[in-house]
Design a protein around this ligand. Structure first.
Ligand code: ATP
Length: 207
């Protein structure tokens, strides 16, 4: 039987327990034997600064999953020249993983609206299963709204692939903001990740 593999891309700046919980729950629902975390290149303009360098983001990801056998980290997008398109990542991974696997790419509901603008979206929807997860603090996914852009066949596929995951109201932006304000973030992070952030003084105010 073809192996099912969950792929989870994000900036993970920093990786938080929401990421781990929803990815684990999704893999269980899907029946996947592996979860590959794919750190994304980060837009320096989009986020609240300061942000962490790539090597720190990866180090934190390693700490967050070191006791979880299902998880792997693959820096395929950081190692590839820009621009960074998900379709290229999927094709590259298919080659390296071998043909006999079914890929599931997870996205939080907050990402759904941007999906029609993703590069070669029709091909992407054909070549992997995009699985939308509900996200605490965000609206439920509104698929009808996207039908004119994506077409009814794609919408049906997206609907079928929704994975029910626990609702966890956490975002990396919120965590970075709290650290900047010296607020406690211990309940959002793996203890080793928190320790790493403290030692490396990440996300702290600089003058
Ligand atoms: P930021 O606040 O910096 O945008 P983020 O918390 O959204 O960060 P990302 O690394 O950008 O985290 O997210 C990676 C993926 O994880 C995205 O598809 C996002 O929708 C999803 N995601 C992040 N946090 C949650 C959560 N609490 N519940 C469900 N999905 C989530």
């Amino acid at each position: 039987m073809a192996e099912k593999i969950v792929l989870f891309g994000g900036t993970f700046d920093p990786i938080h327990i929401g990421h781990i919980e929803v990815a684990s729950a999704a893999a269980e629902k899907i029946g996947a034997g592996e979860i590959i975390l794919i750190p994304a290149r980060r837009s320096p303009h989009k986020n609240l600064k300061p942000l962490a360098p790539d090597n720190d983001r990866i180090a934190m990801m390693k700490l967050a999953v070191e006791d979880k056998s299902l998880f792997e980290i693959n820096p395929v997008e950081l190692n590839r020249a820009e621009p960074s398109y998900t379709i290229d990542t999927i094709r590259q991974l298919k080659q390296s993983l071998g043909g006999d696997c079914i890929l599931y790419w997870l996205i939080g509901a907050d990402m759904l609206e941007s999906l029609p603008k993703w590069h070669k979206i029709d091909e992407l929807l054909n070549e992997c299963n995009i699985c939308v997860m509900n996200r605490g603090g965000f609206e439920k996914p509104d698929f009808d709204k996207l039908a004119p852009q994506l077409g009814s066949k794609n919408i049906e596929k997206l609907r079928k692939n929704v994975v029910e995951t626990p609702s966890i109201e956490i975002s990396s932006t919120q965590i970075r903001r709290k650290i900047l304000n010296n607020e406690d973030v211990s309940k959002y992070l793996h203890p080793e990740v928190l320790n790493y952030i403290k030692i490396r003084r990440l996300y702290a105010a600089t003058d």
